[in-house]
Design a protein around this ligand. Structure first.
Ligand code: M6R
Length: 612
């Protein structure tokens, strides 16, 4: 899925030689959301490479092997989400060559590693791990033996590798440099004062610098403490100064600030995230809405939570603007590879902007002639870069693996966009669209109120759910994608099997599972489906379901049929999507905490999935 890499190289005047390992360890903690089954560091000191690594979370491994005490001013680190080779001490990165003079950290997959490994073993190389990554260390070793300079050897090795990568490499022969390369896996450079960084994500070095260079696909280079060298795929040097951008994230944004977990901090941050996302939204939806208006057909593509946001956007384009759009899960894009092309617009939603399935899908559709509009939270990430146009959410860094604030800000952007399109098509009068925009502007305060009012209630509900192994989330219309998102949250962090269904469909099979005490969470919006939802509640109650409802106020006839109710102000459905999502996030969070799980790092998951 994903791993996190970091590399730091500093002037010796930057203090004790163990200070850099401490910076690397802290950086790895910021990247732990990308993978956390094993961790390791490698440093050059006294003409040797020292590697410390092991299976387990950073804190556990650090206790055992003291990652942060390694000496040296050039250090690389890695936090792993296993793909090739089970999580183990030996498969943890960094990986070294036969003589321990080269160390490699890698995020991605080397697809042709089996052939390369055979070839290298035939030449006498000794492999220690089962990973694909180790072949790169041996390939570099091989090309160094042929008399190449280190950078040349690194580039020759890269040419042999098929697949995706962000590499960080250190070599004893050039102890002040960290070599790097990127293809289809994220990589950024942090430009510091007498200290430079490479990392999979910006928060890894945010405490030290906000000056960032995004490395693009095919680019390769090296950093020293005071210089950065970068060249493109054809070997042409790049003017790095022109590529530096200052980002407006503050180091505090990547800290827990007193909250026990990032997830709960990020849930509480939603009013701020929504407020920030409004900035410049009118201008950014303007161009995107023009592209949609010119389109022959409109499609949405995304994975996971972002797919649920697409379903809301898709619903709104259909009902508000009368545009018969369609949403697809990005890993299933091949179904449409012949049917989407010239004249079509594809809206790709990805908080990270790096999800490989979504990236692959837009590449194919773009090649076919479609226009791509993306919605992302990470400026200049791969999907925005490959899109014709991007609208950014301004949620700030999201560290918890479960998407929360990035989801509600995606909903805001998609709602704003749909209103602009519907208005331009004359399907919504100016006054009507304006009224809905004013309502959407209330979301920051509505979300604050819901958190203040319902955090205690949702905590109790979450604690109650720990005794269940299954739950249903039922909704209709625009409530369905919100139900799907609620179920995903409960599954991914509390490990409770939860399924979302269109409420009307639940009686066509799923209801057979319901027995006394089975929790069913109903999302009742103030819309044309409200009365129908009451029927669904009755059906489930009749089978003994434990009925929890998120319902609009003044719906006593519904409330009295429920076992537990979260009563929300009467809202336009377009606003309700954002507000209703919040108690569902809280329920899942508190269920995970009550079960003793770490909601920030759910098992088997990683924040950004960069493997197809
Ligand atoms: O970065 P993206 O929005 O492209 O990520 C898509 C999914 O991987 C992501 O939403 C995932 O489902 C999260 N675990 C949801 O909480």
């Amino acid at each position: 899925m994903a791993c996190g890499i970091i590399g730091v190289t500093a002037r010796k005047s930057h203090g004790a030689s163990s200070r850099i390992a401490e910076i690397v360890k802290k950086g790895l903690e910021k990247l732990e959301y990308r993978g956390y089954d094993s961790v390791g560091v490698a440093a050059i000191y006294d003409n040797k490479i020292v590697v410390r690594k092991g299976k387990g979370k950073i804190s556990e491994v650090n206790r055992r092997v003291k990652l942060d005490k390694v000496l040296g001013w050039t250090v690389v680190g890695h936090t792993r989400w296993a793909t090739h080779g089970a999580p183990s001490d030996v498969n943890a990165h960094p990986h070294i060559d036969c003589n321990g003079r080269i160390a490699v950290v890698h995020n991605g997959i080397i697809q042709n590693y089996v052939e390369l490994k055979k070839e290298l073993i035939a030449k006498g190389h000794r492999f220690r791990s089962e990973t694909d990554t180790e072949v790169l260390a041996h390939l570099i070793e091989e090309y160094l033996k042929e008399g190449n300079e280190v950078f040349q050897a690194f580039k020759r090795a890269l040419r042999r590798v098929k697949g995706s990568y962000a590499f960080g490499v250190i070599v004893v022969d050039e102890p002040d440099k960290i070599f790097f390369a990127r293809r289809d896996s994220p990589l950024v450079i942090g430009v510091g004062e007498g200290m430079n960084f490479i990392a999979s994500d910006i928060p890894a070095f945010l405490e030290h610098t906000r000056n960032v260079i995004i490395v693009y696909d095919g680019e390769v280079g090296f950093i020293t403490s005071d210089s950065i060298y970068l060249e493109d795929e054809s070997g042409v040097p790049i003017d790095v100064k022109a590529r530096i951008r200052k980002i407006d994230w503050t180091p505090d944004m990547a800290k827990k600030e007193g909250y026990p977990h990032f997830m709960i901090k990020e849930i509480h941050e939603q009013p701020r995230a929504l407020r920030d996302t409004f900035r410049g939204l009118d201008e950014s939806v303007e161009k995107a809405s023009e592209l949609i208006l010119e389109a022959r057909r409109v499609y949405f593509v995304a994975a996971g939570t972002s797919y649920h946001a697409c379903l809301v956007g898709d619903y709104l384009l259909n009902v508000l603007a009368g545009i018969p759009s369609l949403s697809m899960i990005s890993s299933e894009y091949k179904k449409y590879r012949k049917s989407i092309g010239e004249g079509d617009v594809v809206i790709a939603v990805s908080q990270s902007g790096e999800t490989i399935d979504t990236l692959m899908a837009i590449r194919v559709f773009k090649e076919n002639g479609a226009r791509v509009v993306s919605i992302s939270n990470v400026v200049d990430s791969a999907i925005p870069r490959e899109s014709h146009y991007t609208i950014y959410t301004r949620a700030g860094p999201e560290i918890g693996v479960a998407a929360t604030k990035t989801f509600t800000t995606q909903l805001l952007v998609l709602s704003w966009l749909s209103l602009a399109v519907a208005e331009k098509m004359g399907k919504l009068g100016k006054g009507e669209a304006e009224k809905l925009r004013r309502e959407l502007e209330r979301t920051p305060s509505l979300v604050s109120d819901i958190i203040a009012r319902y955090e205690g209630v949702t905590k109790k509900l979450g604690e109650e759910l720990v005794n269940s192994s299954n739950a249903f989330y039922l909704g209709r219309g625009i409530g369905l994608p919100i139900a799907m998102e609620g179920a995903l949250k409960l599954k991914e962090i509390a490990y409770i099997h939860a399924e979302a269904y269109p409420a009307g469909e639940s009686k066509h099979g799923p209801i057979a599972l319901v027995e006394p005490g089975f929790p069913v969470i109903f999302l009742v919006f103030e819309d044309e489906w409200k009365r129908h939802m009451l029927g669904n509640i009755e059906e489930m109650k009749a089978r003994g379901a434990y009925a929890i409802g998120v319902i609009p106020e003044e719906s006593d006839f519904i409330e009295e049929r429920l076992d537990k109710a979260i009563v929300i102000p009467k809202l336009e459905p377009i606003v309700g999507t954002i507000v209703y999502s919040v108690p569902l996030q809280l329920i899942a969070y508190y269920a995970a905490v009550a079960k003793g799980y770490d909601p920030d790092k759910p098992r088997n998951l990683a924040k950004t999935v960069t493997v197809e």
